[in-house]
Design a protein around this ligand. Structure first.
Ligand SMILES: *Cc1c(COP(=O)(O)O)cnc(C)c1O
Length: 378
């Protein structure tokens, strides 16, 4: 066992110390006005977030999962509809179509960038059409681990097949592709402010982005029980999906330091690339993009090597995590929904992948210690 102090996988205390005075001031303001739900901080945050990612409309909501759900409810996605999504992602991406009665159709991912594979997506749409049981309705492109999916290809496939295109940006708010921030590539974009995401609140939170005013109005109605022009007119079945003012206040304080945090994450990722690239498989960059580096995942040769490396790092005070130990089509909750298509890349990644700590408060010494520890195990 190492006598060195363990490195935190995520250090929200160190981050809090950096923003303490702005955070206190903003929280005190909420405590003074007592408009706890959809208060002035929420409106300010929506304007700031839209400006940050260059989207026309931002509608804040209560979580990333609720953002996905509201986007799909606005499209009336339900029974008999096929929703195409990657098998290698967080559970919420598949859970939402199932909650609405639709069927997730799992698509494999690129073995080096881990993003949804457009060629396999096209093949899966053709398969579903040929089987004739489900109606192809929507694609959920997930920007996995901080990097962007192949949006030009996804937009093209969605257009050609007349499908609703939803961006699950939960892990990658702050990333860009071809010089443009993510947030306006798809028909709608959903993100999450879960505390461990690159931009995280102190509780649950999320946001929707869209270029369509009509869609933004629909999202606002759906997040407040389907309300109309007045609170007591109910136009449609909605949900309680609003954001708290306290969470908006936290997010405003964090947004002020977010660009420098993104730069710090990028610096750490570059060090990992350089120091570890010859010893393990480091993540391939999506061309002409920037990453929000929610997760930096390396690949080991096989499961035994991955488990050995993880155990050795733990003994050295270096925490790691496995995202994801199972692709979604292998989850007990979803396997019965799967049509049996082979998803070999997702299955292989689950056995070999390992996430290293990456957060803006890691010191150069921490990063060096992590690299040395990884190199000692392979
Ligand atoms: C975190 C996450 C979500 C869900 O966000 P919550 O705010 O936790 O509901 C959805 N999709 C992906 C890919 C995620 O990583």
């Amino acid at each position: 066992m190492s006598d060195k102090k363990p490195i935190p996988f995520l250090d929200l205390k160190a981050q809090q110390a950096r923003i303490a005075s702005d955070l206190r001031r903003r929280l005190d303001t909420v405590l003074e006005h007592c408009q706890f739900i959809l208060g002035p901080e929420v409106r300010e945050l929506e304007a700031e977030l839209a400006r940050f990612c260059g989207a026309k409309h931002c509608v804040s909501v209560s979580s990333g999962t609720d953002a996905l759900q509201i986007a799909m409810m606005a499209e009336d996605i339900g029974r008999g509809d096929a929703v195409f999504l990657p098998a290698f992602t967080y559970t919420a991406t598949a859970e939402v179509p199932l909650l609405l009665g639709a069927t997730p159709v799992f698509v494999d991912v690129d073995p080096r960038t881990f993003q949804i594979d457009p060629a396999h997506l096209t093949q899966r749409i053709e398969e579903v059409r040929a089987a004739g049981k489900l109606r192809p309705r929507a694609i959920v492109g997930v920007d996995l681990f901080g990097q962007p999916a192949d949006w030009p290809a996804l937009v093209d496939i969605a257009r050609r097949n007349d499908l609703f295109l939803l961006d699950d940006l939960a892990q990658s708010f702050g990333a860009s592709l071809h010089g443009k921030m993510l947030g306006s590539q798809a028909d709608a974009t959903a993100t999450s402010f879960f505390p461990s995401k690159p931009l995280g609140a102190y509780g649950d939170g999320g946001a929707l982005f869209t270029e369509s005013e009509e869609r933004a109005d629909l999202f606002r109605s759906l997040r407040t029980h389907g309300e109309g022009k007045t609170r007591y007119e109910v136009l449609r079945t909605g949900m309680n999906g609003r954001l708290d003012s306290i969470q908006a206040a936290v997010l405003l304080a964090k947004l002020a330091v977010f660009p420098e945090e993104l730069r710090a994450r990028e610096r750490i990722a570059r060090t990992y690339d350089q120091r570890l690239g010859n010893a393990v498989t480091t993540p391939k960059r999506v061309p002409d993009s920037t990453s929000a580096w929610a997760i930096y995942a390396i690949l080991l040769p096989d499961e035994a090597a991955r488990d050995r490396t993880q155990a050795a790092l733990r003994a050295d005070g270096v925490p790691t995590a496995i995202y994801y130990p199972r692709p979604l089509h292998r989850q007990p909750a979803y396997s019965a929904q799967h049509d049996g298509a082979a998803l070999p890349v997702s299955e292989d990644l689950a056995t070999r992948i390992l996430a290293l700590p990456i957060h803006p408060d890691l010191t150069d010494e921490d990063v060096e210690r992590i690299c040395t520890a990884v190199l000692a195990t392979v």
